[in-house]
Design a protein around this ligand. Structure first.
Ligand code: MTE
Length: 324
C-alpha cells in the first residue's frame, strides 16, 4: 500500500455437511495443528502464553464447536504465506519485514484500555479480556487494498461479545481502535513517519456489532504469531485488510466518526468505510481483480469480498462511490 451466514459462520459442526468440513479438517491435520502438534509446541511457549495456548487445545483441539465456512470451499492459504507475507508497518514496510522483526513486538504483559461512551471503562489485562470467551474457528477471505487476497482460518470470538461486556451507551455511534505505540521505545517501523503513529482504525457501531466482525487471537489453531497482530487483532472480512487493525491496545466508544490512519494519510485513496468494491477503483489501480496468494491466475473480486448477503443491508441508501 506504500505507495509509492444463514449466518453460516455459526453452523454447529455436527450440522455442517461432511465433505467440506472434512476437507478443511484434513488441511488442518496436514498442517499439524491438532493435539500432537499443539502439545509439541506448548513446551516452547512462555508462561502466560501457556494459558492461552492450553485453551486452544481445550476448546479447539479436542472439542471443536463452531466452524465458519464463510469462504465457501476455497483452498486455505498456507501457514507459510499467512505468517510470512504480511502488512504490519510497525514492523517494517516490506512484506517479509514483519516476520523478520516479529521479536521486537513484546506481547507480555498486555492490556487493553477501554474508554469513552460506555458503562465499564478501564484498563483490562489480556487474560481478563479473553477469559469469558469461547473460541471458534472462522475461515474468512482477506482482501488487501493492494489487490492480493488469502483465505485464513482464524481462531477467536465475535467482537460484539467483547463490546457488550463494556456496556456501550446509546450515544456511542462508532468504535475506535489503536495499536501499540510507545514513542520512547518505538517498534522498528515506527522510527519512520510512514504513518502517524499509533495505527488507528474505526467502525460504525452496527458494523462492529455485526456477527461477522471478529477478534482473532489465533490462526490455524495456534496462537497468533506477532507478525499477524498478536495478541489480539480485528478481522472485518468484507472490508479491505487495512481495517483489520493488529495488536490492539485501546478501544474507544465515540460519538463521531474517528480518524483512521490510512484515511488521514491519503484521504482521496482510502475511505473510512473501505468496503471491498470491485467497481470503485483505487486512484492508482483497478480493484476489479485480485491475486490470490498461491494461485497463478487472477480472480474476480467480489462485492463486499463475497459477504454481500450478510452485510449489504448495513449500507442501504448510501452512495458507495462517495462513501468508499
Ligand atoms: N494493523 C496495524 N497495526 N498495522 C498495519 O500496518 N496493516 C493492515 C492490517 N492491519 C496493518 C494492520 C493491512 S494493510 C492488512 S492487508 C492486514 O493487516 C494484513 O494482515 P496480515 O498480515 O495478517 O495478512
Amino acid at each position: 500500500m506504500l505507495i509509492k451466514r444463514r449466518t453460516a459462520h455459526e453452523l454447529r459442526e455436527s450440522a455442517v455437511t461432511a465433505e467440506r468440513l472434512f476437507q478443511q479438517r484434513r488441511r488442518f491435520l496436514k498442517n499439524g495443528v491438532y493435539a500432537g502438534g499443539m502439545l509439541a509446541t506448548l513446551g516452547m511457549l512462555p508462561a502466560t502464553a501457556w494459558g492461552l495456548a492450553a485453551r486452544f487445545v481445550e476448546q479447539i483441539g479436542s472439542a471443536p464447536n463452531t466452524v465458519a465456512m464463510d469462504a465457501g470451499d476455497e483452498e486455505l492459504t498456507s501457514w507459510e504465506a499467512i505468517t510470512g507475507y504480511n502488512n504490519f508497518y510497525e514492523l517494517g514496510t516490506g512484506k517479509s519485514d514483519p516476520k523478520r522483526n516479529a521479536a521486537a513486538l513484546v506481547t507480555e504483559p498486555w492490556s487493553v484500555r477501554v474508554a469513552g461512551e460506555c458503562g465499564k471503562p478501564g484498563t483490562y489485562a489480556l487474560e481478563d479480556i479473553l477469559r469469558p470467551h469461547k473460541f471458534e474457528e472462522r475461515v474468512y477471505r482477506l482482501r488487501c487494498v493492494e489487490a492480493w487476497s488469502m483465505v485464513i482460518p482464524w481462531v477467536g470470538f465475535p467482537l460484539a461479545d467483547l463490546l457488550r461486556r463494556f456496556e456501550p451507551h446509546s450515544a456511542a455511534k462508532y468504535v475506535a481502535f489503536e495499536s501499540l505505540y510507545d514513542p520512547k521505545n518505538p517498534l522498528p517501523g515506527q522510527r519512520f513517519p510512514v504513518l502517524r503513529w499509533p495505527y488507528r482504525e474505526g467502525l460504525r457501531m452496527d458494523e462492529a456489532m455485526h456477527p461477522l466482525t471478529f477478534i482473532a487471537v489465533g490462526v490455524y489453531g495456534k496462537p497468533l504469531p506477532n507478525q499477524n497482530g498478536a495478541p489480539l487483532r480485528l478481522v472485518v472480512p468484507w472490508k479491505y485488510g487495512f481495517k483489520s487493525i493488529k495488536s490492539i491496545v485501546k478501544i474507544s466508544f465515540v460519538r463521531e466518526q474517528p480518524p483512521t490512519s490510512w484515511n488521514m494519510s491519503a484521504p482521496h485513496e482510502y475511505g473510512f468505510y473501505s468496503n471491498v468494491n470491485p467497481k470503485v477503483r483505487h486512484p492508482r489501480w483497478s480493484q476489479a481483480r485480485e491475486r490470490r496468494i498461491g494461485e497463478f491466475f487472477k480472480r474476480k473480486t467480489l462485492p463486499f469480498n463475497g459477504y454481500a448477503k450478510q452485510v449489504a443491508s448495513l449500507y442501504q441508501g448510501m452512495d458507495l462511490q462517495k462513501h468508499f
